[in-house]
Design a protein around this ligand. Structure first.
Ligand code: SF4
Length: 356
């Protein structure tokens, strides 16, 4: 127990641990060790980021995808899925509706869908920006550096793209025809272009080890992520990984807490997937280091068609109902709703230096 406490202190003071030390923290078994880990993460969140929980309204605007990631419900190979695309003006109007509902940020997310050309995506971003004071996060997958640059020039503020696992062999098995090196290159390019960078990984992937999870945490630090999305793997029945065991919530929360100790100024969402594996999963995450929630503002008719994993919560709710529900969730975790865009403090410092 004493060595566990010392390791927690080292994480808080140094914000650096070796792979072996992270493995030791992840191996917390007894209730007392786990309680201390979550409490330390909650305290670090409060000291560095306050008691606020920031909201990002997510719009899942297309479930077409040219990729075939083995775990994903909207992968190209899933022929059972009805596909949809929102029209560009429908996306803009949905973003403006999110603004009216009081969301300061929207996340525009889709599969890797080339139907939306650069002209179309830039038109969407510009039209949202010219009408509403919204921060825009894009989550469109891998693009060329020129394309990332054009989207930034159009007004995009943030980009979200998980690396999913730092184990290159596992990455190759899960992502046929996709290069790990290119993924990394994309992430470093996004940072260089001045985006607020969101990335992250899945916990509980088939074949993933605890040492891999320690490597994932170290990679988040190397990328100096401004936002870290950590969610459980949930096996989808219409994918090659159907029947595999899903990620364990306790392990997700341990990972999340350790990331909070090592990266105190990084925004960490209590993901919808965490709320899917446990109906109070998001409240638990908010008490273990998370400080962001991403309510769904996708029009209701499309929601059930965007299930990257099965059983996703909130697909029957209307956006205005989600808004009310999320307020209650934040209060029940003893937190308050955040104000402003909720950018990570370290990104704000970086932006102030790069763009005086
Ligand atoms: S994880 Fe992303 S890139 Fe992979 S199939 Fe799903 S939507 Fe497409």
């Amino acid at each position: 127990m004493g060595s566990y406490v010392n390791l927690l202190k080292k994480a808080v003071y140094n914000q650096h641990l070796s792979r072996e030390e992270i493995i030791r923290l992840l191996s917390a078994a007894g209730e007392e060790e786990i309680r201390m880990l979550y409490a330390a993460a909650d305290e670090v969140t409060r000291v560095h980021l306050g008691n606020e929980v920031h909201l990002r309204g997510i719009i899942e605007f297309s479930n077409h995808c040219k990729r075939n990631c083995l775990y994903c419900g909207i992968r190209r190979g899933n022929k059972k899925l009805t596909r949809y695309r929102m029209e560009p003006d429908e996306i803009v109007n949905t973003a403006l509706y999110a603004f009216k509902l009081g969301y300061p940020t929207v996340v525009l997310q889709s599969g890797e869908d080339d139907w939306y050309s650069m002209e179309i995506m830039c038109w969407i971003v510009k039209n949202i920006k010219k009408t509403a004071n919204l921060a825009i996060t894009l989550s469109l997958g891998e693009k060329s550096s020129q394309e990332y640059h054009r989207l930034k020039q159009a007004g995009a503020d943030r980009y979200l793209m998980r690396f999913e696992t730092s184990n290159q062999k596992l990455y190759g098995q899960l992502h046929p025809g996709v290069s790990y090196e290119n993924r990394m290159q994309c992430l470093f390019t996004l940072r260089e272009l001045g985006y607020e960078l969101g990335t992250g990984f899945l916990v509980g992937l088939p074949g993933q080890t605890i040492a891999d999870l320690a490597g994932d945490i170290l990679l988040l630090q190397k990328l100096d992520a401004d936002m870290a999305g950590i969610g459980p793997f949930i096996a989808h029945p219409d994918t090659p990984l159907k029947g595999c065991g899903s990620g364990n919530l306790d392990m997700v929360l341990k990972v999340l807490s350790i990331v909070r100790l090592l990266m105190p100024q990084t925004n960490i969402p209590a993901t919808t997937a965490v709320g899917t594996v446990d109906n109070i999963g998001r409240q638990r995450a908010l008490k273990a280091g998370a400080n962001v929630i991403m309510p769904n503002v996708t029009p209701q008719k499309y929601r059930e068609l965007y299930q990257l994993y099965p059983g996703k919560i909130c697909i029957d709710e209307r956006p205005e109902h989600c808004r009310i529900c999320v307020e209650g969730l934040i209060m029940s975790a003893g937190k308050i709703r955040g104000s402003g865009f909720g950018s990570s403090p370290k990104w704000k410092e970086r932006a102030a230096v790069i763009q005086p």
